[in-house]
Design a binder for this molecule. Structure first.
Ligand code: SF4
Ligand code: SF4
Length: 57
């Protein structure tokens, strides 16, 4: 179970990235992405997103 960021919704604020304990969230252009190989599925990032772009996959 991993989490993903919807690139169409993400506004690139970066709020999620600092809350990931394994640094799985990286900047990619003007958006952020979750590296699904690193994501542990903890869910810590999900409530930090102001536009609800993060969801469980
Ligand atoms: S679910 Fe947890 S491990 Fe995965 S990206 Fe979010 S904060 Fe990081
Ligand atoms: S908190 Fe949400 S809007 Fe901000 S960079 Fe992360 S996914 Fe994108």
């Amino acid at each position: 179970m991993v989490y993903q960021i919807d690139a169409n919704t993400c506004v690139g604020c970066g709020a999620c990235a600092g809350n990931c304990p394994v640094s799985a969230i990286k900047e990619n252009g003007d958006k952020y992405e979750i590296d699904t190989k690193l994501c542990q599925g903890c869910g810590a990032c999900e409530p930090t997103c102001p536009v609800s772009a993060i969801s469980k996959q």
